[in-house]
Design a protein around this ligand. Structure first.
Ligand code: HPA
Length: 276
């Protein structure tokens, strides 16, 4: 048993106060009191951090109030402060808490709320995901144009009505396409996981307008919008979704596709961040 307790597990805690505390931990530990851009790295996107600029501090996420231990090997549990050649401060979040971990949605979106509390006004969310479009071979990066939240949950508490039109900023997507005009885009469906979808669920996602299936991002994007941030989302297609690809899905395959694509997509992401 670990002695580590998470203040977000106290229902009486104010998640925004916990995020403010986390932001002050980050300022103290990195020596940087303001970040402009935040970037969450999903499977396959890890190398981007090296290409964005100069890392001036790396801190274990567990030193920061409210962050959880990473649930998965391959999901790095650290936060970095990076200075871009253009002089922007990027907070790189390599510690994602997934909804399927069962710790509640407050913990899932804590990194996003913390990023906003550090001053970041742009939130870049990346993930590894399954593709529904057959032309997307494993290793293809795609822009997220919108989402369908199939978790039946929300990071918003009480009667908090937030507009989600243009949640995945068309301005930022245009900017990304200036870096790579071949980038395709699609609607991301967040399933609860951690099981992969059944072929029938993938067909449902397709029928209701989805192109990408995954287990993260949508809840985080909602919290980012609530915090007033502009959101850019990228999926790395690590596999075709269940039933679209005829062979069974495996986590090993997802990790392998991520590793194979990493140099190319990391370079793309770093160039897009350079434009923000
Ligand atoms: N479904 C859900 N999540 C995923 C997938 C998938 O096919 N691939 C990588 N993450």
């Amino acid at each position: 048993m670990s002695a580590y307790t998470n203040p977000l597990d106290d229902p009486a805690a104010d998640p925004f106060e916990v995020a403010a505390q986390a932001a002050s931990d980050i300022a103290r530990l990195t020596g940087v009191d303001h970040h402009d851009i935040a970037l969450t790295l999903g499977s396959g996107w890890g190398k981007a951090a090296e290409l964005i600029g100069e890392t001036t501090a790396t801190i274990p996420a567990t030193e920061v109030t409210g962050f959880s231990k990473p649930a998965l090997a391959g999901h790095i549990g650290s936060l970095r402060s990076i200075l871009t050649p253009g002089g922007k401060r990027v907070l790189v979040i390599g510690a994602r808490t997934h909804y399927y971990e069962g710790h509640g949605v407050r913990r899932v979106v804590h990194s996003v709320r913390t990023a906003a509390a550090t001053g970041a006004t742009t939130m870049v969310l990346t993930n590894g995901a399954g593709g529904i479009k057959e032309t997307w071979t494993p290793g293809t990066p795609v822009l997220i144009s919108d989402h369908i939240n199939l978790t039946a949950d929300s990071p918003l508490e009480g009667a908090t009505f937030i507009d989600l039109t243009d949640l995945y900023s068309s301005r930022l997507r245009d900017l990304a396409r200036q870096v790579d005009p071949t980038l395709d885009e699609g609607v991301y469906c967040q399933f609860r996981g951690p099981h992969y979808e059944t072929p029938a669920e993938v067909q449902m996602a397709k029928t209701i307008g989805g192109h990408i299936v995954g287990m993260s991002t949508a809840l985080e994007a909602i919290a980012a919008r609530q915090a007033g941030m502009e959101v850019l989302g990228f999926s790395l297609i690590t596999n075709l979704a269940a039933g679209i690809q005829k062979t069974p899905l495996s986590h090993a395959e997802v990790i392998e596709a991520g590793q194979a694509a990493e140099p190319v997509i990391s370079d793309l992401l770093a160039r897009v961040i350079g434009q923000l």
